[in-house]
Design a protein around this ligand. Sequence first.
Ligand code: PMM
Length: 388
Amino acid sequence: MKLTALAAHTPEAVRAALAARGWETQPAWFAATGVQSLVVLLDEVSEPERESLVRWGAKAGADVLTGDGWALVGAAASRLAPLARPDRLPPGLEALAPELGRFLASYADPPRRWEISGGVLTLDHPVLIGIVNVTPDSFSDGGRFATADRAVAQAERLVADGCELLDVGGESTRPGAAPVTAEEEIRRVAPVIEQLARRGLGPVSVDTRKGAVARAALAAGAAVVNDVSGLAFDPALARVVGDAGAGLIVMHMRGTPDTMDSLAVYRHVPAEVAAELGTAAARAEAGGVAPPRIVVDPGFGFAKTPEQNFRLLDELATVVALGYPVAVGPSRKRFLGAATGRPVEDRDRATAVACALAWERGARLFRVHDAALAREALRVAGATTSAR
Ligand code: PMM
């Protein structure tokens, strides 16, 4: 006998090994995802549920670690699958089936497209979102593109460097930034969006927390709304996006840019961020935004310390497991400075590396200032994991 250790961080190695031994593509992929080991953490577990899980684990050969009100279950996906099937579920575990079923389905078949106004973005490759800030005080490029002409020139460069979506923002979200009225924000973003649409540059997304700004931006030609407040700032925003049939990015943050730093207190960062993002996505659906139009974003730098940002980057799979495509925006942020010692104007290499790591962990969209460097890093990352 001869032993070869296979990579297990994705199903790819098993799929390739089976394919090399004559298996057809589809069965090889299903078998590979079935063999893949998964770990799920269950909270709010009752005592009878816990006992039932331990009994099931002993029979199924799964690892079950439990404590007061929680259980951690580790097993191959194929062993977990019966727990998601009402007809094969051990008695007492009925509450588990729907959520586990949703997770396993999106794990085996992750979303590969994002519906936005007037089109679709395919997500089988890294999708770059170029940042076009039209704010006088944004933290990294504040003031440089404050006029519409400059913003358009920046957009042209971003598109030439491979961006498939342009994110136009008229309000700085850094702590201490001066508040901007909806009228002023519209005055900043609408002419730029109109020009981009007229020149066929785009599609365009508008980075705003306000329903009135979103409405004006969509009327000016935007196809996506990117809300850093995760629909917590303006309850009217979801309905505006839903009525327009636009795409929506819901980002995770806590509080407002002024209060968020004091709210960076977590017991378990990825679990809490994913749960709060799940609530935001549910708000979007309740407002009439169809699930295929929703993208979630963990909100690097928003209500998170540098250590929490790195935990979140490493454990992005917990956010991916929500079943929506994941966007990330690490571009030039403070946590990258904390790791590299580089100032904000010299963090594009670190940004590119963070994007590559995020792709490998399941992110599909990348909001960046410098698209050329990120594209290069993502081409390498994308080529490494092309079968996913
Ligand atoms: N970061 C900023 C602004 N908007 N939107 C999304 N979806 N994700 C982000 O991480 C994000 C965002 C802050 O950065 P900037 O001031 O450089 O635009």
